[in-house]
Design a protein around this ligand. Structure first.
Ligand SMILES: [Zn+2]
Ligand SMILES: [Zn+2]
Length: 346
């Protein structure tokens, strides 16, 4: 099946309209007519080659929502007409301890990323900036009625990336949670942590987005550019979710944690970070990382968001504005996620 898409022809070149081949629908596959695709910062890093050499031409996009138009003979969990989503992975070995435990994203043989990965049949995976995609039914999520489909797209990466650590480290009533950075990830972290019942603080470079932060559900908002902030908030938080990909002063942030508190990174700085171990042992603190979530957990996140009326705050764009959108993401000029209307792909 030949379908319209937007692809990067080479590293750091503008995306261009193209036509790509999707595989035939196998017995365990689902064919999805893509309606919307979110623009994740990882898409830009990948197509720019920031994370190493890539297979070009490359179609990015791992925040995919759409409607099922065909299912393979063995598929029982999805039907034609269902609203569905696909996130950052489209396959894993299914046999290793982590896969069996529902942690497919940490598959010991390596999960198959939604784009720029090698699929089971040896072909290169191509992502969601496209009109259709064929995906193993085991990696297709149900998007509950009650979430706007376009606003649901960013949940498939940004939503699960923040939901998973909030759940794991116990965000809820009586817990003080800080979210570092109010961007695509951070704005969802605030909404989700607030819905979980935690007391939520945004730590942002400046107070520029304070009004937004409070509207999204934050109880407090502080500027990290103000050196007094770190003294005033010392020992305050049970959990800090750092969504910023730039390097941070790890010791300064660890100092904001209470006894047994955890600082968890979901953004990935390119350069190594250093820390003083005394920042950990002085209050039995932990420094952790987390990457998206498993398939069952992603479904749990979508159901949670539907139950709490949570979608992303989005700016819907036609496909021919994708390169402009990339520039604006790099300039942090988006509130809070670009989503491509794939009906404009031709
Ligand atoms: Zn992403
Ligand atoms: Zn595995």
């Amino acid at each position: 099946m030949r379908v319209h898409a937007y692809a990067a022809p080479a590293a750091a070149e503008p995306l261009v309209p193209t036509v790509i081949e999707r595989r035939d629908v196998g017995p365990g596959d689902v064919l999805i007519e893509i309606k919307y695709a979110g623009v994740c910062h990882s898409d830009i890093h990948t197509v720019n080659g920031d994370w190493g050499p890539q297979p070009y031409p490359l179609v990015p996009g791992h925040e995919i929502v759409g409607v099922v138009t065909q299912v393979g003979a063995a598929v029982t969990r999805h039907r034609v007409g269902d609203r569905v989503g696909v996130g950052c992975m489209v396959g894993s070995c299914g046999r290793c301890a982590n896969c069996r435990n529902g942690d497919e994203q940490y598959c010991l043989e390596g999960m198959v990323p939604t784009y720029a990965g090698t699929d089971r049949d040896g072909t290169t995976t191509q992502g969601g900036y496209s009109t259709h995609v064929v995906v193993d039914a085991g990696f297709v999520l149900s998007v509950p009625e009650g979430i706007d489909l376009a606003a649901a797209a960013p949940l498939l990466c940004a939503g699960i990336t923040t939901y998973s650590p909030l759940r794991r480290w116990g965000a809820g009533p009586g817990k003080k949670v800080a979210v570092v950075g109010l961007g695509g990830l951070g704005h969802l972290a605030v909404k989700i942590a607030h819905a979980m019942g935690a007391e939520v603080t945004v730590l942002s470079q400046s107070l520029k987005k304070q009004e937004d932060g409070l509207r999204l559900g934050a109880d407090h908002y502080h500027a990290t550019g103000d050196p007094g902030t770190f003294a005033r908030l010392a020992g305050r938080f049970d959990l800090i979710v750092n969504t910023v990909s730039a390097g941070i002063d790890v010791d300064a942030y660890l100092g904001l944690l209470a006894l047994d508190g955890t600082l968890v990174n979901v953004g990935a700085p390119a350069e190594p970070l250093s820390l003083n171990v005394f920042s950990l042992i002085g209050a039995r603190r932990s420094y952790a990382g987390s990457m998206i979530g498993g398939i069952a957990e992603t479904q749990e996140m979508l159901d949670f968001c539907a139950a709490h009326g949570i979608g992303a705050d989005i700016e819907l764009i036609p496909a021919d504005r994708i390169n402009e959108a990339y520039g604006r993401v790099l300039a942090s000029d988006v509130r809070y996620r670009f989503v491509i209307d794939t009906a404009t792909l031709g």
